[in-house]
Design a protein around this ligand. Sequence first.
Ligand code: GLU
Length: 330
Amino acid sequence: MADPSSSPQPPPRPLVGRLAPSPTGVLHLGNVRSFLLAWLSIRSRGGTLLLRIEDIDGPRIRPEWIDRTIEDLQWLGLDWDGEPLLQSSRREAHEAAARHLLEGGEAYPCICTRREVEEAASAPHEPLAGGGPLLASDGILYPGTCRGLHPDLEAARRASGREPALRFRVRDGAVPFTDLFLGEQPGLIAGDFVIRKRDGGAAYQLAVVVDDAAQGVTEVLRADDLLPSTPRQLLLHQALGLTPPAYAHVPLVVGVDGRRLAKRHGDTSVAHFRREGISAPRLIGWVASTCGLAPSDAEASPSDLLRDFDLARLPRDPVVGENPPLRDSL
Ligand code: GLU
């Protein structure tokens, strides 16, 4: 007779990862490092790796960057399984999820402009449950102005004369989770966050959750600037009755000033290195050296690195990518 105390375990899900570039610019060293690590993590265990182009960020997206992103990945030797998925083709699924959350009371209309939120947030505020004070990853803590204020979308429109956004109602200030690389995380969440923007498009947090679930993604490896997003995404998975992936956040590539790589740090795009005659094995070799997988002057293809890959051995410090040694050979 079956032991009634042991509930049946769901069958293990096949390992599925994804590369999820946003074509808001060309691929740079930072993207190369996190995509190489995501590729190695999945490929070293025989999993499936998908490519999802996150092209919903309105005016910041340029169609030519989609092609260039795909071309750069191919040039680097980072392959994927199946056809790339354009996130913009998933609008109906995003919208259905947003409506579901609104109808279930998990989300509410918000008419605050960014400026109003900034002004309210600049007042001193009490620490949130679980510690603080906290800033959202976009640097702004939402003070909850519209929470409980508008019974429905129409009322919010009438009250403001503008199209409302939808915000997710955060009931717990923290969603602790275990990161596959960083270990135990407190998972603090800084306030209610936007899931549908005022232009009607899904916000990043919602789109990524709906699509990861629909694509059967079981493992997300990305740079640690997205760490504050993970507890929000876990909450959304839960509210939508979805099974979340496991998450691994790896150190970011930064400039010599310690800040996220940006234009001011000079051109670190893949296109730039290609133009300067740096080969893909040279570029991958340098990135692999920052992962402790090769000496800094090595040449390597992604598949050369599979054998010795071990995420646990990845150095924990951010990597300075502004002046990689491979510039010496320019
Ligand atoms: N598309 C996002 C970005 O390029 C990454 C999304 C994710 O990995 O969750 O920043």
